[in-house]
Design a protein. Structure first.
Length: 211
């Protein structure tokens, strides 16, 4: 294999290595002291004190998660009741425009988004309009995102777009969301296609003998 092909494969290998490091999902646990410092910054930024928040608030729940953090990825399941009216739809679009870049910067991304189509069992689902599942790289990344100044405006839009929301954290037992595997397969196909194209170009130029 000639130099051009080696460069092509090495470039794709570096891209995949960079993705693997950036996507993470198995980092160091956040210490309780570090987490409390980050939550203090959240309080300062959003103008709310932990002691003044009601039971079930995000800051209280995040504080309770700190001692048990393992540094690994997790999925947030959002059960949302949407607010009505065009203003709510506009606020929803503005919230998405703010939060999506913040998520991607930290290796997070939506996994699943679906509107309720009906009920199969129970009654609680009558109050749920939409289910959204979001992957977070770590608890540290989640708190860091909330502590971003852009989330002040983002939270205002989220509040305007939803009448109510419940969010709980899960860790997958079985999952078919294999981002690194899918990207690896895509890059493998791209590598094969690229080698074929390089070979064809070189044969046309007479750089290598035709086989």
């Amino acid at each position: 294999m000639n130099r051009a092909k080696w460069i092509w494969l090495a470039s794709l290998g570096l891209i995949y290595a960079g993705l693997w490091i950036w996507y993470g999902g198995n980092g160091d646990p956040i210490s309780e002291d570090e987490g409390l410092e980050m939550l203090a910054e959240v309080e300062r930024l959003h103008g709310v004190r932990l002691e003044d928040t009601p039971e079930g608030s995000m800051t209280r729940n995040l504080r309770d998660m700190l001692p048990n953090d393992d540094g690994k990825e997790f999925y947030a399941v959002n059960l949302e009741t949407r607010a009505e009216g065009p203003e709510a739809l506009e606020a929803e679009a503005k919230y998405a425009a703010i939060v999506m870049p913040l998520l991607l910067e930290r290796g997070g991304h939506p996994v699943f988004l679906s509107e309720r189509a009906g009920l199969m069992l129970g009654k609680y689902g009558e109050n749920v309009d939409r289910v959204a599942v979001v992957r977070y790289r770590s608890l540290r990344d989640l708190i860091d995102m909330i502590a971003d100044e852009k989330m002040v405006e983002g939270n205002a839009f989220k509040t305007a777009s939803l009448a109510h929301t419940e969010v709980f954290i899960t860790r997958p037992t079985i999952t078919f969301v294999q981002v690194r595997l899918m990207v690896g397969m895509f890059l493998a196909l791209l590598a094969i296609a690229g080698l074929a194209v390089i070979g064809r170009i070189q044969r046309r130029r007479g750089d290598v003998p035709a086989t």
